[in-house]
Design a protein around this ligand. Structure first.
Ligand code: MSP
Length: 639
């Protein structure tokens, strides 16, 4: 029986609906599942809801609802939000389902039979918010280490012999480097286990909510013990056939629930059951807002679908594309080892720079040029080797990143290809090849289209709707198999291309981010006197745009002047600049510059100059070229 690729997310407490932070773990799993499916694997992606805890029961009562009615509602909201985020799971488990209850009770009985469970008296502190038992010495100023209120508990309980598994666990961790990722988290876990593990209390008094201990109705099973077992109950264990899924290939979770639960209690239970351990546990860091944990009471909750709605209405992009933008943000800023901070400003800026400019421009320019220069068809010509190599290297960087589920690096690898394509278009300049009837034109256009096709494949696990939109504009079926990325025939010859349509309309950031306070601009040292002042109309007469230097060479008989070929959007200009004292021609090629584009052409040393570069003046009167603080869109206007 071939084993399926089995991956899981934590199951979510249904005391409140998901925000962008809680959606992150499920998103990361979704990307991994889609990536594995593209490799032809038979994937089972499990997610679900954790419904039995005291925390959930108390939230239901606070909402004036019966627990079952309450969990039914919120569990449904989770499904709704996941579907809205285009998260496609294969199974959704709820811990109130009979299949789960049955498996949990069976695990309890099995461990009891094997002597891993005993009864005793528990005396200590309980944190309802994280459903965790603490001893006195764990508390900080009378609260849990996370700052939550704790309550005193004293009850007859069942205990699991966790302490007996410390040694075998350490051995497993030390001999399986891939078991806990990232490495920094593995070190935390090893440190925690080495401090010594206490046996775990695994029951609570039965107050009418939870899974009863088999044979003892006065007790319910501790919610973490019950919840962790969802990964096993979803396989159908102990019924034959569970091995088709078991063990998990990868389990994703936030760092807060790795050390104490997923990397100790959970594998210890599995060792007690004599079941193989999951291959990898990945404990990612947190997505913060304003540098702090996302919190309802502080009003810092951002909901992923609301964010997408807002973007769609502001930018005019389609809703499924706006959802992809939220997915892109989560991927690109994935808190892997370290926490990352969400801000609206960063979100909108990335939309403009990475999606509207980088990806949107690469797609639009390529298609427009293919329509203009090769009749809107994939040329019967092989792609230039530089592009083939760029695709190969982006694909292998993506694959390397995914071996450790570094989604942010995978996104960066895909964008590496997008950035290559934009630069390639600038430097190979199909418009000049066309003018000169250069025979390499079809090879260049073929290279551009093959890069787009490969980009479509690379981004498919991250941005599925955008990938579909790119395929439609290329006039091809979606690329669903990873092997086809970069295949020479992935863009069949003579295929008719679709119409180029911008999928990411640019946002006017100045207008949209009005609510973000802008820093005071420092005044120049000598304030202009009234007589020097100009009106805004005077200023806007000067047309400033971003250009990129394509070629640079000295002007003969001049030790000050360089002759530059600069591309501004699609237009090429020759500019003579007095910058030779500070710049070698070679270091200028490929660089972005600020150009005054509406200056009357002039001749300098007999060479025509069709514009002027902006520069600061150094102490010796030499030029220091102005450059955008980061890559700007080609030909961008400057205000
Ligand atoms: N019910 C338990 C898990 C049981 S699994 C057997 C639980 N639920 S939770 O709803 O509180 O959290 C679920 C997941 O969301 C955890 O992996 C947690 O780390 C993650 N996140 C919650 N807020 C987050 C951020 N702000 N950022 C990133 N992940 C976050 O714990």
């Amino acid at each position: 029986m071939p084993k399926r690729y089995y991956l899981t997310t934590p199951i979510y407490y249904v005391n409140s609906v998901p925000h962008i932070g809680t959606t992150l773990t499920t998103f990361v799993s979704d990307v991994t599942a889609r990536y594995q499916k593209m490799h032809g694997r038979d994937v089972c992606f499990l997610t679900g809801t954790d419904e039995n805890g005291l925390k959930v029961k108390e939230a239901a009562l606070a909402a004036g609802k019966q627990p079952q009615e309450f969990v039914d509602e919120i569990s449904q909201t989770f499904r709704h939000i996941f579907a809205g985020m285009n998260i496609v799971y294969d199974d959704f488990i709820r811990t109130t389902e009979p299949r789960h209850v049955k498996a949990v009770q069976e695990v309890f009985r099995t461990l009891q039979k094997k002597g891993h469970i005993y009864t005793g008296t528990y005396e200590g502190w309980y944190d309802v918010s994280s459903e965790t038992f603490y001893k006195e010495s764990d508390l900080v100023d009378g609260k849990s280490p996370d700052g939550n209120e704790v309550r005193w508990v004293q009850e007859e309980n069942y205990f699991f012999r966790l302490s007996a598994f410390a040694e075998p666990l350490l051995k497993h961790i030390e001999s399986h480097a891939e078991f806990i990722l990232p490495e920094s988290r593995r070190n935390e876990v090893v440190g925690f286990i080495k401090q010594g593990l206490r046996d775990a209390s695994i029951s609570r008094a039965n107050d009418g909510w939870g899974i009863p201990v088999p044979g003892d109705e006065s007790r319910v099973i501790y919610v973490w013990f019950d919840a962790l077992l969802n990964y096993l109950s979803a396989t159908g264990w102990p019924s034959p056939g569970y091995e088709k899924l078991w063990p998990c290939d990868v389990q994703f979770m936030g760092k807060d629930i790795l050390t104490r639960f997923h990397a100790t209690l959970w594998p210890a239970i599995l060792l007690g059951l004599e079941l193989p351990l999951p291959t990898t546990l990945l404990g990612h860091a947190w997505l913060l807002i304003g540098g702090e944990k996302i919190s309802k009471s502080k009003g810092t909750v951002v909901r992923p679908l609301e964010l997408a709605d807002e973007l769609a209405s502001m930018s005019g992009c389609k809703h499924d594309i706006a959802v992809d933008v939220v997915r892109y943000y989560m991927a690109a800023t994935m808190p892997y080892e370290n926490d990352s901070t969400f801000s609206y400003e960063d979100f909108y800026k990335r939309y403009n720079s990475d999606l509207a400019n980088d990806l949107g421009n690469a797609l639009n320019r390529s298609l427009v040029m293919a329509h203009k220069f090769v009749d809107g068809k994939m040329p019967v010509a092989s792609a230039e080797p530089a592009a083939v190599e760029a695709i190969r290297s982006a694909r292998s960087a993506f694959e390397r990143s995914m071996t450790e589920f570094r989604i942010h690096q995978a996104a960066d690898a895909a964008w590496g290809l997008v950035r290559f394509l934009n630069k390639y278009i600038d430097t190979r300049a199909p418009w000049t090849l066309a003018k000169a009837n250069d025979p390499s034109l079809p090879n260049v256009i073929a290279a551009m289209l093959l890069c787009l096709r490969a980009t479509e494949g690379l981004i498919r696990p991250l941005l599925p709707s955008t990938a579909d939109a790119i395929a439609a504009q290329l006039g091809v079926e979606p690329l669903r198999s990873w092997d086809r990325i970069g295949a020479p025939d992935a863009m069949p010859h003579n295929i008719g291309l679709g119409e180029p349509k911008p999928i990411f309309p640019r946002l006017d950031l100045k207008r949209e981010i009005m609510q973000t306070p802008q820093p005071e601009t420092a005044r120049p040292p000598q304030a202009a006197t009234n007589g020097d002042q100009i009106t805004i109309d005077d200023f806007t007469k000067v047309k400033l745009r971003i250009g990129r230097v394509l070629e640079a060479e000295p002007v003969p008989d001049s030790d000050k002047l360089l002759k530059l070929q600069v591309i501004i959007g699609g237009e090429r200009r020759q500019i003579v600049a007095g910058i030779r004292a500070n710049y070698q021609p070679d270091e200028l090629v490929g660089r972005q510059v600020v150009v005054v584009t509406n200056l009357k052409p002039a001749k300098l040393r007999g060479v025509e100059s069709q514009g002027m570069l902006l520069a600061a003046v150094d102490e010796k009167g030499g030029a220091i070229l102005l450059q955008p603080e980061k890559e700007a869109p080609e030909g961008a206007t400057i205000r």
